[in-house]
Design a protein. Structure first.
Length: 270
């Protein structure tokens, strides 16, 4: 059996969590990540017949029964993941129709998965139906996207179009746009269900006055997705109070569609 601390999925999770903290997206214990793993890769490092303990999830997700996830822990600081991954991360297998998480590794201080676990798992279910290659759900608190939710209309088309107009690459990176939820109580099944519904049509879901959820095929792609939206929001916050003399037009965005082989969300461009 190989040492799990040398596993590529552990090393990449450590790098990603550290990078997110360094970007200022995950203050204190803010933010969480979940990564769907194949059983074959898990078995290289762990005895999957031995569960350390069972943790009730408080929700049902029969579509994920038997699936493995590497998940950041509740109350854990991203800055500490690199120093004590076995405390701040956990690898679980869902059982009993998703109502139980069998801990196979991690949370060695007696902890458990993030309080946003229901939102993550429901979002995984939604994204896997759209794209079976989507294996990551990532939540964080990027400052400029948060600021934007205080001063910008939360209409999804308007919010998306503003971000697209801030950077040439935006429509290429997230042609499906950005969905937006009004403020809701976090850590509940209700916000999980609402987020999952939004995930059916976009890989980015903004929680107003809170943060953003992103989904993608791997940690790198999902990080880059959020990073691009946050950069666009930063530009918007720098210029929102100034008179615009030019912008990226819909005609130019159609040119980007054609050149990069992407298709903007239906009805979002003239």
């Amino acid at each position: 059996m190989k040492d799990i601390l040398t596993a590529p999925f552990i090393l990449e999770m450590i790098r990603t969590a550290t990078n997110m903290y360094d970007h200022g997206w995950d203050e204190r214990n803010g933010g969480n990540i979940s990564l769907l793993l194949d059983e074959a890769e898990v078995k290289e490092y762990l005895d999957t017949d031995h569960a350390i303990r069972a943790i009730p999830t408080g929700f049902s997700a029969p579509e994920l029964d038997g699936k493995y996830f590497l998940v950041t822990g509740t109350g854990k600081y991203f800055k500490n993941v690199q120093y004590a991954p076995e405390v701040n991360l956990g690898l679980v297998r869902l059982a009993d129709g998703g109502e139980t998480a069998e801990l196979l590794w991690g949370y060695t201080d007696g902890g458990k998965f993030t309080s946003e676990f229901p939102a993550h798992m429901m979002s995984h279910v939604a994204r896997l139906k759209v794209d079976p290659n989507n294996r990551v759900v990532m939540h964080c608190h990027p400052a400029n996207l948060l600021a934007m939710t205080y001063v910008h209309d939360l209409d999804e088309r308007a919010f998306t179009r503003t971000l697209w107009q801030m950077c040439t690459e935006c429509i290429v990176v997230f042609p499906d746009g950005v969905n937006v939820l009004p403020w809701m109580l976090c850590g509940t099944n209700e916000i999980g269900e609402a987020t999952a519904k939004k995930m059916e049509t976009a890989r980015l879901v903004v929680w107003a006055q809170h943060g953003i959820y992103g989904a993608g095929k791997d940690l790198d792609e999902t990080f880059g997705l959020i990073e691009t939206a946050e950069k666009a929001a930063e530009i918007y916050m720098k210029i929102a109070h100034l008179p615009l003399k030019q912008t990226i037009t819909d005609e130019q965005m159609h040119q980007l569609e054609a050149h990069f082989g992407v298709k903007a969300r239906e009805g979002y461009l003239a």
